[in-house]
Design a protein around this ligand. Structure first.
Ligand code: SAM
Length: 428
């Protein structure tokens, strides 16, 4: 018989109850290390999902709690801890990554965590891909929208899933975006299955729980969605690797930062206000309707949002501008409002082009924010009334920027740009 080995971490203090030991179950398939086995051998209470309890040597006669609901288990753990009974919680992968550690800390329980390889790390390893630029999000126990929008916005995203918020639902939501997906089921167990699929293929299948999903930029190839790209890399990960932080080059960029025609571009001063009012960030979906150069949508994407640019002119330079700024903006070519019907519901909409019919169709989709720029004064009052009738609180201002311009002889003057009214509709 092997002697139990001491746990890593500080030595126990006499009279102070031992912390709850949280053991990660390895998603790469490695067995429990000796310190984990020692913790189990000395446990008086073991808590875990049925599949985890079945996979480890729980000593005969030890109390167990099978998860399910975490709240009653936390109550049992707190009682055991107070009574000085050594307790162990079994969790998947790294329990500090969207795992049980948060709940135990919230219950004021001291923990000693013995992490294992996370499902995210194991999935990227199975794919043979680097993942230092990837973002990890979860759809476990919360709304699917933010995780889905992270997949739409960013080139490399790992999603922790739940039974009704997994690869099928995310695949359906990614229709229209160029993505290849890796679905990794039951990692590290004999039932492990790792499958490359297109979003459409993912949507048409049922997937086992648990599974983790990798969403990578670039279309699946015809032979069934095997990974492509230089060196098998995950795709054009942004240089600053900070999708939800301020973009390195800033925003409200000068018009010269975008290719545009006939001055069909929202001016920098107006764009600064419009983008701020849209509240773009990772997890939100923004429509840029009447995109023109795409500058407003592109700056929302630089700030982490998923973006759909709607533009009737197929030669408009949106896609090229987005590529130049290193963001993934989905361009939908067609006439609003008709073309809006097939798009996923937005969180915020910028209406830079289109009449009352477009604004009506946008308000019908109930985004929490609508920002409209208007040069024609006769359109201001109808737009305000329409948004108010749809339940929005409306604020507005007229912006008239005058820019510095050089005069001969080294002097400067002010050169007026056209005044624009910016309306913001917010749902209370
Ligand atoms: C509450 S999160 C815990 C994540 C965990 N802390 C980790 O590092 O893997 C639960 C989700 O992790 C993923 N997951 C955990 N274990 C897995 C496994 N063996 N195979 C595939 N996915 C797994 C699934 O997406 C599951 O719904």
């Amino acid at each position: 018989m092997t002697r139990p080995q001491p746990l890593p971490g500080p030595a126990p203090v006499i009279g102070v109850p031992e912390p709850v030991v949280v053991l990660g179950m390895d998603a790469a398939g490695r067995p429990l290390p000796p310190p984990a086995l020692a913790a189990l051998a000395g446990a008086g209470l073991v808590v875990g999902a049925a599949r985890h309890l079945a996979a480890v040597p729980v000593p005969a006669g030890v109390d167990t709690v099978t998860l399910g609901a975490l709240a009653p288990a936390v109550t049992r753990l707190a009682a055991a801890h107070a009574a000085g009974v050594p307790a162990v919680v079994l969790a998947s992968g790294d329990p500090g990554l969207f795992g049980v550690v948060r709940r135990l800390r919230a219950a004021a329980l001291p923990v000693r965590v013995l992490p294992a390889v996370s499902s995210v790390a194991a999935a990227f390893a199975r794919a043979g891909l680097d993942w230092d630029g990837a973002v990890v999000v979860t759809a476990h126990g919360r709304e699917l929208g933010p995780a889905l929008n992270a997949c739409r916005a960013l080139p490399a995203v790992a999603v922790l899933t739940a039974p009704d918020a997994g690869a099928a639902e995310i695949g359906a939501g990614l229709a229209g975006w160029s993505r290849r997906l890796l679905v990794a089921e039951h990692l590290g167990t004999p039932a492990e299955r790792v499958t490359w699929v297109s979003p459409e293929q993912a949507a048409g299948r049922r997937w086992a729980d648990p599974h983790v999903l990798l969403s990578l930029a670039g279309a699946a190839d015809d032979a069934g969605a095997t990974p492509t790209g230089p060196g098998g890399a995950v795709g054009p990960v942004r240089d600053d690797n900070q999708p939800a932080a301020a973009p390195a080059a800033g925003w409200a960029l000068p018009e010269s930062a975008y290719r545009h025609r006939d001055s069909m571009i929202t001016k920098a001063e107006v764009r600064a206000l419009a983008v701020a009012r849209l509240r773009p960030r990772l997890g939100r979906l923004v429509w840029d309707v009447g995109a023109g150069s795409g500058s407003v949508g592109i700056e929302c994407a630089l700030l982490g949002a998923a973006v759909i640019a709607v533009e009737r002119d197929p030669t408009a330079p949106v896609a090229g501008n987005a590529a130049r700024h290193g963001v993934d903006v989905r361009v939908v070519t067609g006439d609003a409002p008709a073309v809006l019907a097939g798009l996923p519901d937005p969180d915020a909409v910028f209406v830079g082009g289109g009449g009352t019919d477009v604004l009506t169709a946008v308000a019908d989709r109930r985004p929490d924010r609508v920002v409209v720029t208007l040069a024609a004064l006769d359109r201001v009052a109808p737009a305000v009334h329409l948004l108010r009738a749809a339940g929005y609180t409306v604020t507005g201002s007229q912006l008239a920027a005058a820019r510095l311009a050089d005069l001969p002889g080294g002097s400067v003057r002010l050169a007026a740009t056209n005044p624009v009214v910016v309306l913001t509709g917010e749902r209370p």
